[in-house]
Ligand binder design. Structure first.
Ligand SMILES: Cc1cc2nc3c(=O)[nH]c(=O)nc-3n(C[C@H](O)[C@H](O)[C@H](O)COP(=O)(O)OP(=O)(O)OC[C@H]3O[C@@H](n4cnc5c(N)ncnc54)[C@H](O)[C@@H]3O)c2cc1C
Ligand code: SF4
Length: 563
């Protein structure tokens, strides 16, 4: 039996990551009575971060555990596999689905690379016709990017590059030694290399203090100097007195009345196993792109037999992930370096935005390059095995000397590129599998095409040429076509977008230009689901800007009495 809760809230938000946190912040500031449901427990970096722990504080030296696949100190409860919460893949599909189960979702440990999409990214239909235009332009989103920049804060540099809009930046940190060498090699190869753009504050912002360069951002920042949804958005939203937080609340479906309007959501209280229901005048799904699609597809009724907001039959369709591949190498000129201070933020200080012209290439769209290396805190798996270095290994003093000589003499490059949406990459409900609460799970279908394979081959060749220009040796051979040139499987870059596509035509899209469901006037989606296409940029800054825009629209409609 489902217990119906009172009172009725103005807005119910499902999920507390980037999209949910921003919607809660905006709507509670605007005076709406908001309830937020989050499947995981409470977690605040300011209280729970392992920021200043040493590797030797742990018997595992920080090695990963099943609950923390990215290392024991990493600020994410969840992972590729969650007990009792399976997903399935169609035969022949390689897809992995990362889920964070905690207040703030993946924003607690994300990389904080905070890039705006550019004007071209919203009008790819006009430019190459391989995916539709968005129903909005860069100019529609620009004011929200500006507001997100001011509210959350990020560093970067004004560069005036095409399709790489500048933001309102704090000063960036200086490049580290190995990053200067990377930049020199890139300058020689005509590859644009500029200061990175990360949502880490290098100057104080309101009550938040500036970063002190401990380099541990993925553990969550105890000083609140980087962006995470709980500390930067949800905590101030709670201070308004307008936000009610329900954690350990696993949402099953959106409920609707006879007129086809959303009435709230039903959920399982994970503490008691009891089915519950919250009532709300407006529902905002921000459970992450695939989870929101799952909730909609599972919300079946006589009025919506194929799931809520799915009259077009496109819920779950046109899923994309960022393309990715990595190459690392050994740089002899960095052996036996002079000890120096490489403190900095927990992430790269330089990066390479897309710099080439597709008319001269055999693939559409582009990629950016992320840089890694340097003198990170030694922990489990440190340096990837000393035996790989020339003459490295052995015992006692010689072994210690080798570690000192080779410490910091490695660099790596990861490409992050644009996948084109295709009809063969989508999710649907698996008719045979349910999770521990009896909720049907997602089944994924995935296919890359030559657009992605050719792009990733270009990444591999480029990274090898940079290492070569640095006088280095690449650790691995060039992957073959049979191995997809080393392309990461779908989902593994953890930038999944689509599934509730935005569009003007209700027959082939799920939500309108404000992320409001075509079929249900008081239902909105505020995560990466509405994205029409990817970009050669990471998506979260755009999720934040669009969620803010959607929240403003809800406030406007509420003020008009239309919700
Ligand atoms: C290691 C890592 C590094 C990354 N680095 C970057 C980066 O540098 N730049 C960038 O732009 N992006 C990055 N990303 C991606 C970024 O984290 C996501 O784009 C962003 O967090 C998406 O926000 P969201 O609100 O859609 O989803 P999430 O942050 O995943 O939040 C969704 C929340 O909804 C909850 N939820 C799900 N289903 C339900 C349900 N049924 N009921 C109730 N609650 C539910 C989840 O528990 C979760 O807390 C990275 C991701 C990872 C994992
Ligand atoms: S590097 Fe800066 S932002 Fe990151 S955890 Fe340390 S103090 Fe916080």
């Amino acid at each position: 039996m489902i217990r119906v809760q009172r009172p009725e809230y103005d807005v119910c938000i499902v999920g507390s990551g980037a999209g949910g946190g921003m919607a809660a912040y905006q709507l509670s500031q605007a005076g709406a009575k908001v309830v937020m449901l989050e499947a995981g427990p409470e977690w605040y970096a300011t209280r729970n971060s392992a920021m200043l722990k040493w590797s030797y504080d742990s018997p595992r030296r920080g090695a990963s555990t099943p609950q923390r696949p990215f290392g024991e100190f990493d600020a994410c409860d969840g992972g590729w596999e969650i007990e009792g919460e399976p997903y399935t893949t169609a035969p022949g599909t390689q897809f992995r689905w990362w889920r964070a189960r905690m207040l703030g979702g993946r924003t607690n440990h994300w990389g904080r690379i905070s890039l705006r999409f550019g004007p071209d990214d919203f009008r790819r239909g006009d430019l190459d016709g391989l995916s539709p235009n968005w129903p909005i332009t860069y100019d529609d989103v620009r004011p929200y990017y500006d507001r997100v920049d001011r509210l959350i804060g990020l560093f970067g540099s004004v560069e005036n590059l095409p399709n790489e809009p500048d933001g309102i930046f704090m000063p960036p940190p200086k490049p580290r030694c190995y990053e200067l060498l990377v930049k020199r090699a890139c300058d020689n190869l005509d590859i644009t290399c500029i200061p990175s753009r990360l949502s880490i504050i290098t100057q104080s912002l309101g009550s938040r203090v500036a970063c002190h360069y401990c380099g541990q951002c993925n553990r969550g920042c105890g000083a609140n100097a980087n962006f995470s949804s709980p500390s930067v958005l949800i905590a101030p939203a709670l201070e308004t007195g307008n936000l009610t937080l329900l954690t350990n609340a696993m949402v099953r479906e959106v409920t609707v009345d006879d007129a086809g309007r959303a009435t709230g959501v039903s959920y399982i209280d994970r503490n008691t196993g009891q089915d519950e229901h919250v009532r709300a005048r407006t529902v905002v799904l921000a459970a992450s792109a695939c989870s929101s699609a799952r909730i909609l597809l599972n919300s079946k009724s006589s009025r919506f037999p194929d799931g809520v907001a799915n009259s077009s039959g496109t819920v779950g369709k046109w899923l994309t992930d960022t393309t990715g591949t990595s190459v690392s190498g050994f740089i002899p000129q960095m052996v036996d370096h002079v000890p120096h201070n490489e403190d900095g933020v927990g992430g790269m200080h330089v990066y390479m935005p897309w710099w080439l012209d597709n008319r001269k290439l055999d693939f559409p769209r582009g990629y950016h390059i992320e840089v890694w290396g340097g003198l990170g805190m030694p922990g489990y798996g440190f340096m990837g095995g000393i035996q790989r270095y020339p003459g490295g290994g052995g015992y006692g003093k010689a072994l210690k000397d080798d570690y000192r000589r080779y410490y910091g003499a490695t660099v790596g490059f990861s490409g992050r590129g644009e996948m084109i949406p295709n009809d063969d990459s989508y999710c649907e409900i698996d008719p045979d599998t349910t999770d521990r609460w009896g909720i049907p799970v997602l089944r994924f279908h995935w296919q890359f095409t030559d657009h992605e394979y050719n792009q990733v081959r270009h990444m591999q060749q480029t990274f090898r040429s940079i290492i070569d220009a640095m006088g280095g040796e690449v650790w691995s051979p060039m992957p073959s076509r049979e191995r997809g040139y080393g392309i990461a499987a779908g989902g593994t870059i953890i930038h999944e977008l689509g599934g509730t596509r935005m569009g003007d035509d209700a027959s082939n899209s799920v939500v309108d230009a404000y992320c409001r469901a075509h079929d249900v006037p008081n239902l909105f989606v505020a995560d990466g689901g509405p994205f029409v296409s990817q970009a050669d940029k990471n998506p979260t800054w755009t999720i934040l800007a669009l969620s803010m825009r959607t929240a403003d629209r809800i406030t406007e409609l509420r003020n008009q009495g239309a919700l």
